[in-house]
Design a protein around this ligand. Sequence first.
Ligand SMILES: Nc1nc2c(ncn2[C@@H]2O[C@H](COP(=O)(O)OP(=O)(O)OP(=O)(O)O)[C@@H](O)[C@H]2O)c(=O)[nH]1
Ligand SMILES: [Mg+2]
Length: 450
Amino acid sequence: MTLERAPLAPNPVICAAFGHCGIGIGAEAYRWILTDVGADPRRPVLKGEKEQIHVLRRYGGTVLRFGVPYKKDELPLVPRALLIDLDPRAANLILQSYPELFAMKDKHALYGMGGAARNWAEGRSRFRNEIETKYDVQRRFEELSPEPVRGFSIPFAMGGGTGGAFASAFMEHVKNTGGGTQVIATIGVIPEFGWDPVILGPASISIVMNLDYQIKYADMPILIDNKALRNLAARFGNDLSKRSSIVDELPEELEIGWRDYRNMNLIAAHMISLFVASFTRETEWDMSNYRTWLASSKPRFVYPWLIPVVPKESDIEGILNSLSEARDGVLFDFEGEEPSRMVGEKSSCCVLVKARGKFEHEHRERLRKIIKERFPTEDKRIIFIRIPCLGGEPGGILVLMNNKAMGSKILSIAKEAEDAWDGYKAEYERWGLKQEEFKQSLINVVNHFS
Ligand SMILES: Nc1nc2c(ncn2[C@@H]2O[C@H](COP(=O)(O)OP(=O)(O)OP(=O)(O)O)[C@@H](O)[C@H]2O)c(=O)[nH]1
Ligand SMILES: [Mg+2]
């Protein structure tokens, strides 16, 4: 085989999706990635060598692997995805509705004993007892990725019982077994209190514990919140209803929780597709660059700004115009804190630009100016990453930033957790989360965001 025709070496990244929220968003993100490039998400296949090279340029085999050929020249694409929960229903629904996408069947799923954990401590304990010791987790990775795994992207709800506790224990597992070379990106979804079905006290305790685990183990922790997603989903409801979603393909007769989150999860999926494209398509930018980028940042948590929220155009002029038409959106709600007031704070900014054609000096300067107006950042702390935009797919810009303004929302949640602790202490301690450990995590989180 000549060098020119050799497929790119894969640099596999596994999506480990946890709990109802994580599985819904993870599956929607795969669907988005495939529809972007014109593949059929119900049965994505490569036909013939020309198409193989074409598609390989887009994915590099990073987030998809090849399945067992259907026919001589029909090669299925299979997500490198692991769906993990105590309750098997969410993952089962996805596997049953997409049998040819999740072609490795139950190898894509890990379940506990059913029934959701009531608290974070129970979730962590049950991950250790029902997942880590019962399954050979390492074997699962090898099945999804016979090549050495580069990293993980991990979507989950920060305020639920199972998803966050499982994701936390999983990150610890990876860092203790992976030799320290694997990169972890988390996509943590903060609930909207007063709207989402979560109880303030325990959910706040979960969030504090999850944040502390992300401080310790995540190289690229992304935070989004349901308040911002819900507002954007309402604002862009028309455009989003024209996109297709996993929700549209699930059996209509079933009561499905994801229906309420259809448009919110599409927005999260769009964000993840741009994030993933930065290391699947760009040869200069590797997933591990995110670790280096954030290594000394505080907070090391980033929030995304999506331009536009629903993609239409692929040329940079059109994409930049979506800003003047207010078709962009920040996926994080600062609860009244004004990021633009944080002048002088050392925030950093990573701008992923997926657009067709040239990205001229003038475009860069225009974008830089707009970013700085809204989120004061020093020029030297802004980096631009170009992502190729291929075929007829739409482009977009994803700005990833950390800014001290995130602290105000987080600190008020930490306060709720602190106040709630005494009332729940006995229940948490019974499952192995001692008061000292909780208090230490609380201190770590408060210090990190103060
Ligand atoms: N954006 C979004 N939020 C969700 C989704 N599903 C649940 N949530 C929110 O996530 C939080 C609860 O997390 P779940 O993922 O349902 O919980 P879990 O991780 O399965 O844990 P259990 O509570 O033990 O079942 C609540 O704030 C929900 O409103 C989803 O598909 N999308
Ligand atoms: Mg659940």
